[in-house]
Write a protein that binds this ligand. Structure first.
Ligand code: FES
Length: 166
């Protein structure tokens, strides 16, 4: 019995596959990373550290005491320079509340939903069951009954660096 060897590409071409279908077979037959177009860098962990992300320090309560700085020239955080802008960094929601930067726990004290800042009401709102908190963390509307943790937020004199700590 005569055994012939055939390269995969040749085999697939003989099946009548070409172009993208052929490429798909190549990708499936090799490691997926070989065909990946994404970089090897994972999405930056907003709770971690790394000045390349504009965040230095710890913003995650599960990793210890909150203490971090944000580079407000970084596009991820530059919205905080504008009244009404807000970002969520790790465990913290930071908002520019009518020109004053405030930093509070992002977690609704009712059942843990992540809050949003509403510039029109100048409050923190939970879309899950409708709790509302003031920018000092006090409950304004339930069902939540416990206030939010609030953090110190200090802008640098040039307005480009924000320091947040417990
Ligand atoms: S989880 Fe926020 S109001 Fe229920």
């Amino acid at each position: 019995m005569k055994e012939t060897t055939m390269k995969r590409g040749q085999f697939l071409r003989e099946l009548g596959l070409s172009g993208s279908a052929l490429m798909a077979f190549y990708c499936m037959g090799t490691t997926l990373t070989a065909c990946s177009t994404s970089s090897d860098d994972p999405t930056p962990d907003s709770g971690g550290t790394g000045s390349s992300t504009g965040l230095t320090g710890n913003a995650d309560t599960s990793k210890g005491t909150i203490s971090f700085t944000l580079d407000l020239t970084n596009s991820t955080y530059s919205g905080l320079k504008t009244a009404g802008g807000f970002v969520i960094v790790g465990s913290v929601i930071i908002a520019n509340a009518k020109g004053t930067i405030v930093a509070l726990s992002k977690t609704c004290t009712h059942e843990g939903t992540t809050l949003t800042y509403r510039s029109s009401q100048n409050d923190l709102y939970c879309s899950n069951h409708g709790s509302e908190f003031s920018t000092t963390g006090a409950v304004e509307v339930g069902p939540a009954t416990r206030s939010l943790a609030i953090y110190q937020a200090q802008l640098s004199t040039d307005g480009n660096t924000l320091t947040v700590k417990a």
